[in-house]
Design a protein around this ligand. Structure first.
Ligand SMILES: Nc1ncnc2c1ncn2[C@@H]1O[C@H](COP(=O)(O)OP(=O)(O)OP(=O)(O)O)[C@@H](O)[C@H]1O
Ligand SMILES: [Mg+2]
Length: 248
């Protein structure tokens, strides 16, 4: 579903790569957790997949579509919830959802079904006619999630989706991710919550200083480190130990 081949990215003026020679394959129907210390390159990678940044080199294919060469086709297949959703504050929630529905050409019947379903689930039905500027952080996250699922993306990408959410909302987000893969789609999300990653991901990848340093199922990661019962937290700390003091 997603193929990242030899992708590198250096920000303007930087002397080190934010992402360096990254190779990653994500299969249809899996929940993939993207882990790594602060500044490791997770957001940069996700932004390249969704077309917000262009890789310096390498290739990214979403369902065999090159995201740089055919951005519109690729974007039809992708839903993205950024780490800090920047929504149009002067629209109401409902206006925003309809705007996104128009952009993705979601037919009115399906759109209404999806909007009603998620607003109800998140307890946002009443607030939907209020301006977004009056929403709390969590409400904005929920609106961003709803808007990114209207076109039923085959690849659903979330950047640290659980940050700032209360336990119930965080649980709902996880349920929605699971439901989305159960419907035959694929989910890729970044997180620092290793317990969650261990529990809900089919596979995880760990990136450190722009390079993928581990990738696989929990069993594969344990086998790689020769430690049968280790938690993901222990494996993560062990794998990212080297040079931990020089956070970029
Ligand atoms: N707009 C930017 N301009 C210059 N450098 C940047 C920019 N955004 C990120 N970087 C640098 O690129 C590297 C990777 O950052 P990135 O945001 O991808 O990390 P991350 O893994 O998402 O971290 P976090 O867990 O803190 O969200 C870091 O060294 C960061 O300082
Ligand atoms: Mg980030």
């Amino acid at each position: 579903m997603l193929s990242i081949k030899d992708v590198s990215k250096k920000y303007h003026g930087a002397d080190i790569f934010a992402v360096e020679n990254l190779n990653l394959q994500i299969k249809k129907g899996e929940i993939f957790g993207f882990l790594g210390p602060n500044g490791a390159g997770k957001t940069t990678t996700l932004k390249m997949i969704v077309g917000l940044l262009i890789p310096d080199s390498g290739q990214i294919l979403v369902d065999n579509i090159d995201v740089v060469k055919k951005p519109l086709e690729a974007k039809q297949k992708i839903g993205f919830v950024p780490d800090n959703p920047d929504l149009y504050q002067r629209l109401t929630g409902l206006e925003y959802l309809n705007l996104i529905g128009d952009v993705f050409e979601v037919n009115p019947k399906l759109r209404k079904e999806k909007i009603d379903h998620y607003l109800e689930m998140f307890g946002l039905t009443k607030a939907a006619t209020d301006l977004i500027q009056s929403y709390s952080h969590g409400m904005q996250q929920k609106l961003a999630l709803t808007s990114s699922l209207l076109h039923m993306p085959q690849l659903f990408i979330l950047d640290e989706p659980m940050v700032g959410l209360d336990p119930k909302s965080s649980h709902l987000f996880k349920e929605i991710m699971r439901e989305h893969v159960n419907n035959g789609n694929t989910v890729l999300f970044s997180t620092h919550i290793l317990e969650t990653a261990e529990r809900i991901c089919d596979r995880v990848g760990i990136i450190n200083k722009g390079k993928l340093i581990a990738c696989g199922t929990m069993a594969e990661l344990r086998a790689q480190k020769g430690s049968e019962n280790d938690t993901l937290e222990n494996l993560f700390l062990e794998l990212t130990k080297e040079g931990e003091s020089d956070e970029r």
